[in-house]
Design a protein around this ligand. Sequence first.
Ligand code: SF4
Length: 436
Amino acid sequence: MAGRKVYIETYGCQMNEYDTELVYGILKEHGISKADRLEEADIILVNSCSVREGADNRAISRASQLTHLKRKRSGLVIGIIGCVAQRDKGKLLEKYRGIDLVLGPDSYRKLPEILKNMNGSPVVKTEAKRSELYDDITPFRQTSVSAYVSIMRGCDKFCSFCIVPYVRGRERSRSPQSVIEEVRKAVDSGYREIVLLGQNVNSYRYERVDFPQLLLMVSDIEGVERIRFTSPHPQDVDERLLEVMKERDNVCKHIHLPLQSGSTRILKLMNRNYTREEYLELVEKIKEYMPEGAITTDIIVGFPSEREEDFLDTVDVMDRVRFDSAFMFKYSPRPGTKAAKMEDDVPETEKDRRLRVVIEKQKEHTLYRNKQLVGKIEKILIESKGKKEEHEVRGRTDTNKLVVVKGIDCKVGEFVQVKIVDAAGVTLFGELIETS
Ligand code: SF4
């Protein structure tokens, strides 16, 4: 197997990006290295996402497209891994000729053995393993300044529109020791920002250690200059978490708080376990602890039976909170979920109209929030060189806002103080104050 190269195309969330790093790490242990380009690879994997129809189709059509490469390159192995693999299993082989392996998110350890024993017959491995946490695997990191660290896998919330619990299994949390060890390794290899990942990160629990306690432990690690976490569920955000976020300088003052809908009737149908009033009260509480903090969210429009007044409730919550930014989607039924059994009765044109309305609304609010930072001094972590000009860098504030700074040559991974001089759309513009 030594000398073979693998190339992974990743779709979907940060959890999938982290899994891609895990798969590279597992194969590296068996002498299979990462190919820098698709053309160099002997093994090509598509790490698929099934959270929405669009993502789903993109990943699968890409895998099918890649099978054509086999005509020119004999022995090339093409595989589908991730959430669509777990959902559709062997059906993918029937539908797409040329796919050699289908691997679910709990079966990545098996990959070296499978590749070693490939004999031309396609392989499907999609057992759900409640114990699988990959906590002994060193991810082969693909990011430059932020290190992803998954603290748990799976989800027990069963929001009615969501496929995650069916493809990623039940919640299980890593031991604090294994998380701390991985964070230390990341810091030792130069990462200064840690992003704690979980489908439902704040329902983390390992024996008596819960998420606020784990956050304190990670915050105590020397060299960790910034901690972010995603994605929390509003139901599990409590004052202990907000206290830790407030008191610890290296915990970013940004919380991603998925709303999904502003209508209590729709929230009930979504099985979100909070009402619009409870969500607004939580936002007030967050603002009390972190007045300068940022709140971002997820919004779904066009959920089954969503009437105009339900939709206007969503717009009303957006107006009351004025989120710093939001991921906004129109509802698409996910096979196997509870909502997929509900009549998808909001016409596509109406879903499109509602999506346009919330996107325009959010643009207003993002600009409003960003303009509030003009004149302020912000500490940013340089994450890349500029796209437009040579002497330009891009970085992020503590509140996860993108800042472009012109006329400087700072290093990627460096923290600098900048004065925000302008805001346009989702981008802030800054001037260098000093190098910290
Ligand atoms: S909390 Fe809900 S939306 Fe989030 S992963 Fe779990 S089931 Fe899906």
